[in-house]
Ligand binder design. Structure first.
Ligand code: SAH
Ligand code: SF4
Length: 362
């Protein structure tokens, strides 16, 4: 490992400034540098986030989508995909089961499915909140401010909306029917409405250089996010990006570790896409800075059909078996499952003052 990179890691760990070039070099560094980076991220995680791992039960309640993001298996033009929508009572039942298994958060995720009006979704949120003591996170894509407000008033606590890349140019190439600035603006709307806000990017997108990933890291840091979810891009065979290479586990872990060093207080999951690349992906993520896992509690008849990318693991596990599996993973890395909600660690002042001046990295 070069003395220069060792210094960059030490500066990051001490909360010092880092340059775009420094980060780009860390993302491409050799394996021994990467090990030092993971160890630094693990120490910072321990200091700021502690030993508890927060679990979020994921419910993929609809795979209908009006968008055509070029990387995603749920894109509207993917005609071979068999589509489903869970019924409202099925969603509520699954959320109650999650609460009974000890989960303190359920994440309701879907394609951009306008069949679900905000009133219908708000009723589901209200039912869940009245029947089981869980926090509710939404990951349903872009809606109007009024719709986000109705859902917040119904009791939704958090919202995940990945920016996908901090480069508006790359974003436009990948999203024929959506606009980077509008997506970015929605993060501010969500924050203003009082949601705990999560965003993130994909790693290893076509045309994404290490410098662009360094820009992503600095961009995410400047957003003061409560939660940051990042994962490798995995090419789906029935999409326009089928022939692309995709992100590697190594690059994703390095990115994750840099993220922990730059955003010590953020809630950062070892994402499902990490586990899709390596059966030990969750353990490795937890040891490189992550403090959240998102076990999939979608009923088994739907799980297969929610194929954003190929290689999703543990589709055969039911809710009880998955809870056991995740307990084993957390124990294996010497940590413990949190019994709390795992709400944001940012102070009210930080949340109330998002960095409105951050526009784009390029
Ligand atoms: N429709 C909503 C939520 C579901 S998609 C939305 O787009 O916000 C959730 C995330 O899956 C996306 O933000 C994207 O980052 C990720 N994703 C989609 N296709 C992927 C792929 N091929 N590889 C890796 N991640 C992917
Ligand atoms: Fe739809 Fe989200 Fe996939 Fe884009 S990423 S096609 S919005 S499910």
């Amino acid at each position: 490992m070069s003395a220069h990179l060792r210094e960059t890691i030490a500066d990051l760990e001490a909360g010092g400034e880092v340059t775009r070039d420094g980060l780009a070099r860390l993302l491409c560094a050799d394996e021994s540098t990467a090990q030092a980076l993971y160890s630094a991220a693990d120490r910072v995680r321990k200091r700021w986030a502690g030993e508890e791992v927060h679990l979020r039960a994921l419910l993929e309640f609809s795979n209908h989508c009006r968008r055509n993001c070029r990387y995603c298996g749920l894109r509207g033009d993917h005609e071979a995909l068999s589509r489903y929508r869970m019924r409202p009572d099925e969603i509520v039942r699954a959320a109650v089961e999650a609460g009974e298994l000890g989960y303190r958060t359920v994440v309701l995720q879907s394609g951009e499915d306008t069949w679900w009006t905000s009133e219908m979704l708000a009723e589901v949120v209200r039912q869940i909140k009245s029947q089981t003591p869980v926090a509710v996170t939404l990951s349903i894509g872009e809606r109007s401010e009024e719709e986000y407000r109705a859902l917040r008033e119904a009791g939704a606590d958090r919202f995940l909306l990945r920016i996908e890349t901090s480069s508006p140019t790359l974003y436009q190439e990948l999203h024929p029917d959506s606009d980077w600035s509008e997506r970015r603006a929605r993060l501010e709307v969500l924050r203003r409405l009082g949601y705990q806000v999560g965003s993130g990017v994909m790693i290893g997108l076509p045309g994404q250089s290490p410098e662009m990933l360094a820009d992503d890291l600095l961009f995410l840091r400047d957003l003061n996010l409560d939660m940051i979810g990042v994962g490798p891009f995995i090419p789906h065979p029935n999409t326009p990006l089928a022939g692309e290479q995709g992100g590697t586990l190594q690059l994703a872990l390095r990115f994750l570790a840099c993220l922990r060093l730059l955003c010590p207080q953020a809630l950062i999951p070892a994402t499902t896409a990490l586990a899709a690349l390596d059966p030990d992906g969750w353990e490795r993520g937890l040891c490189a800075g992550a403090d959240v896992l998102m076990p999939n509690l979608t009923p088994s008849e739907y799980k297969e059909k929610y194929a954003l990318y190929p290689g999703k693991v543990w589709n055969d596990l039911d809710a009880t078996a998955f809870r056991r599996q995740v307990g084993t993973i957390v124990e294996r890395v010497g940590r413990r499952v949190s019994s709390g909600y795992g709400h944001t660690r940012l102070s009210a002042a930080q949340c109330a003052a998002p960095n409105l001046t951050t526009t784009s990295a390029s």
